[in-house]
Design a protein around this ligand. Structure first.
Ligand SMILES: [Zn+2]
Length: 240
């Protein structure tokens, strides 16, 4: 079994530690800041063996070199982007391993052009970076709406109970936008209330599941890329 632990960083990032007890291997996903990662590793007596990056943005890669220096961990990241300290260039169809757990790499362009997601199908676990957020999606800094809509569609092809681990706590703002975009969607209203309660108690709302996103994510639920593009533009200027 994979043990997955959030390490909060900056104002709203989650850096994910992934630990396999059988092999003793530990990976970190998108370590923007090395200090909180090292502290959590130390607290758990885990040895970092791998660093996985989903895209090049500094809040996802800023800790790469310091962590590699501290641990000797191998850095794997998207082939199509400049990733500091990268040892292994990951392309669509490649596999990554943590102990006996095998993940596959898919391209999910949109937020950035070389953005990848890491899918551990057997473990019903996916690391999606800044492509999909709980009830939302990443901004289109490099890619087109067509690309992002297709990328979200690929994530929605995963098994219903797949847990999606994204890199930011944007859920409350996303849930408010979802209620604006789909005022008649009862699943959205119900989830907005649940998210408000969770955030009031300071609880983390990530991960989500494929089934929950199919029911409540207005970007996934857009009928085509044009509707997706309209909603993405509305969200960019939405004040909740
Ligand atoms: Zn980003």
């Amino acid at each position: 079994m994979l043990e997955i632990v959030p390490v909060p960083a900056f104002s709203d990032n989650y850096l994910w530690l992934v630990h396999d007890d059988a092999s003793g291997e530990t990976a970190v996903v998108d370590p923007g800041d090395p200090a909180p990662v090292l502290a959590e590793l130390d607290r758990r007596s885990w040895a970092l063996t791998q660093i996985w990056n989903t895209h090049w943005h500094p809040d996802h890669t800023g800790g790469n070199l310091a962590l590699k220096q501290a641990s000797g961990a191998t850095i794997s990241g998207p082939a199509g982007e400049t990733i500091s300290g990268r040892d292994v260039a990951l392309r669509e169809g490649d596999t990554i391993r943590l102990g006996d757990h095998v993940g596959r790499v898919i391209d999910v362009p949109g937020h950035t052009l070389g953005h990848i997601a890491l899918l551990f199908d057997q473990d019903r676990t996916a690391f999606v970076g800044d492509t999909l957020f709980v009830m939302g999606c990443g901004r289109l800094f490099e890619g087109s709406p067509e690309q992002m809509y297709a990328s979200l569609g690929r994530l929605m092809e995963l098994a219903d109970d797949t847990k999606l681990y994204c890199a930011h706590e944007y859920t409350l703002s996303n849930a408010r936008f979802a209620a604006f975009a789909e005022p008649d969607n009862a699943d959205v209203s119900y989830r907005l209330a649940a998210v408000e309660a969770m955030r009031e108690e300071g609880r983390i709302t990530v991960p989500t599941t494929v089934a929950e996103e199919r029911a409540t994510n207005p970007f996934v639920r857009a009928g085509d890329w044009r509707e997706f593009a309209r909603r993405r533009a509305e969200k960019d200027s939405f004040r909740s």
